[in-house]
Write a protein that binds this ligand. Structure first.
Ligand SMILES: Cc1cc2nc3c(=O)[nH]c(=O)nc-3n(C[C@H](O)[C@H](O)[C@H](O)COP(=O)(O)O)c2cc1C
Length: 198
């Protein structure tokens, strides 16, 4: 095991599939790694084949690769706070968009976000299955991203950093401490019950 590449499997004794157990949200990415066209297509297809209410598919996805004009613009001015420091090293940024209308009528956005969340989660599981990592970011500047991508009919929901996890060696304490901090969750008894009431 390479200890410079942090691993943070879910702390549970339950028998979880490795794609679920081992997924986590790293902030250190290998700035030399590039996504291939085949990998980008798999990521896009995983998103496209997600379930949605009445199969309305109220989503779009824009995949950007490091070095492209759009990637660099969004990485430099479309992210907020700490995201601005680490996300530019990712190999790709997936911009997740939600449709505001369906067949000319306004959509119920709560339902739309549910569908978009399912598709995004499926995308992340696909990324994990490819030996890569993904990190959701809500710390974004939606107006700037909408302007860059020229999307009027859609809302920017989040951006997902994609890439090959990088080593903590030589990285600043600010990022290493976040990277090595334990993953925590609410107690299982506070989250779910079996044959009982909450
Ligand atoms: C919708 C959404 C938005 C998030 N936004 C950010 C963000 O802007 N920056 C960040 O570093 N992490 C962000 N995260 C990552 C969460 O902090 C992370 O998923 C959570 O702490 C659990 O950690 P884990 O994914 O490693 O299990 C976001 C996650 C989600 C689902």
């Amino acid at each position: 095991m390479n200890h410079e590449i942090v691993q943070k499997p879910a702390d549970t004794t339950a028998n979880l599939h490795p794609l679920v157990r081992d997924r986590w949200s790293p902030r250190i990415y290998d700035p030399e790694h590039n996504l291939s066209m085949a990998e980008l297509e798999s990521i896009g297809e995983a998103f496209r084949w997600a379930p949605s209410s009445s199969n309305q598919q109220p989503w779009k996805l824009v995949l950007l690769t490091r070095g492209s004009e759009l990637f660099e613009s969004i990485a430099s001015t479309g992210l907020t706070g700490f995201n601005q420091t680490w996300a530019p090293d990712a190999s790709g940024l997936a911009v997740v968009l939600a449709a505001k209308t369906f067949e000319g009528k306004d959509r119920k956005m709560a339902e739309t976000y549910f569908d978009v969340g399912l598709a995004s989660s499926q995308l992340v599981t696909q990324v994990e299955s490819m030996g890569l990592k993904a990190h959701f970011m809500g710390g974004i500047v939606p107006e700037k991203i909408r302007e860059d991508l020229k999307v009027a009919e859609h809302e920017v929901v989040c951006v997902i950093a994609l890439g090959k996890q990088g080593s903590i060696l030589g990285k600043d304490e600010a990022i290493v401490s976040r990277e090595t901090a334990p993953r925590t969750r609410n107690n299982s008894s506070d989250v779910y019950v079996i044959d009982s009431i909450l």
